[in-house]
Design a protein around this ligand. Structure first.
Ligand SMILES: NC(=O)c1ccc[n+]([C@@H]2O[C@H](COP(=O)([O-])OP(=O)(O)OC[C@H]3O[C@@H](n4cnc5c(N)ncnc54)[C@H](OP(=O)(O)O)[C@@H]3O)[C@@H](O)[C@H]2O)c1
Length: 232
């Protein structure tokens, strides 16, 4: 895949999956713009110091003003929206604050970045690619029992992906998402030490699917929410 000289925004780029996506983009010649909010995460970021990578501090991607500022004056080839988070909880145990935190972190952040990216791509008069990150529960709602707010938010990300893809196909902007099951990350290993890690998709495997969808090699795929489940 060749991203030579192409500008790519990667939200959540300093996280577990994001770090692998950025690695692939830099290898393929992209110039990465990475909003981050955790100084600790940015300090230990593997690609820190790479001349083709710019870290931009953004405290909350669910904030409309901050997202508008991030994309101002940019003409990205691709925008990849990995930022998000997980919190379990049945409906009975989830208050409004917990619901809104999941919707803000996963859905609103993706929505605002999609909107800003589409407008920036159109203003630059060029084609583009957008990739969102949903989850398995977004496609298989029953598996979201016990994690209602997260499932609702990720199902929203899937719906956003498909509706936006239809809206901007005529502008040569291809919008897709991946839907990972539990990924093999250090955080998941620590949280589920007895699980069979070999059944989980590796972050580099999920990253490979994201990179294809974001690349110029993707000529015709749009409106897809692609399962990336491994053997789990
Ligand atoms: N891990 C899994 O098994 C799994 C499975 C299915 C789907 N997913 C999805 O895949 C994506 C990446 O997962 P991951 O394991 O790589 O997570 P991660 O390591 O926690 O990375 C997520 C990144 O997004 C940032 N972020 C979250 N909300 C934000 C906001 N409102 N504004 C700015 N930055 C924000 C986080 O910052 P902070 O560190 O400051 O929070 C972090 O840098 C997430 O969307 C997640 O929901 C993960």
């Amino acid at each position: 895949m060749n991203f030579s000289g192409k500008q790519v925004v990667v939200t959540g780029g300093t996280g577990a999956l994001g770090t692998e996506v950025v690695a692939g983009l830099l290898r393929a010649g992209a110039r990465c713009i990475i909003p981050y909010r955790s100084d600790t995460e940015a300090q230990r970021f593997a690609h820190r110091g790479d001349p083709n990578m710019t870290l931009v501090t953004v405290s909350d991607l669910a904030d409309e003003t901050q997202v508008a500022k991030l994309y101002a004056g940019m003409t990205p080839w691709a925008s990849i929206h990995i930022a998000g988070g997980f919190a379990p909880g049945t409906v009975a145990a989830t208050d409004k604050a917990a619901l809104m935190a999941q919707i803000d972190g996963n859905l609103v952040s993706s929505f605002l970045c999609c909107r800003a990216a589409v407008n920036a791509m159109k203003a630059g008069g060029q084609e583009g690619r957008i990739v969102n990150v949903a989850s398995r529960q977004a496609l298989e709602w029953r598996s979201g029992a016990g994690m209602a707010a997260y499932t609702i938010a990720k199902a929203g990300v899937a719906t956003l992906t498909i509706t936006l893809a239809e809206e901007v196909a005529k502008d040569n902007i291809l919008v897709n998402a991946v839907a990972p099951s539990i990924m093999d990350t250090a955080a998941n290993r620590a949280a589920m030490p007895k699980a069979d890690f070999g059944t989980w998709p590796k972050v580099e495997e999920v990253a490979a699917t994201i990179l294809f969808l974001a690349s110029p090699d993707n000529r015709v795929t749009r409106g897809a929410v692609v399962p990336v489940y491994g053997k789990f």
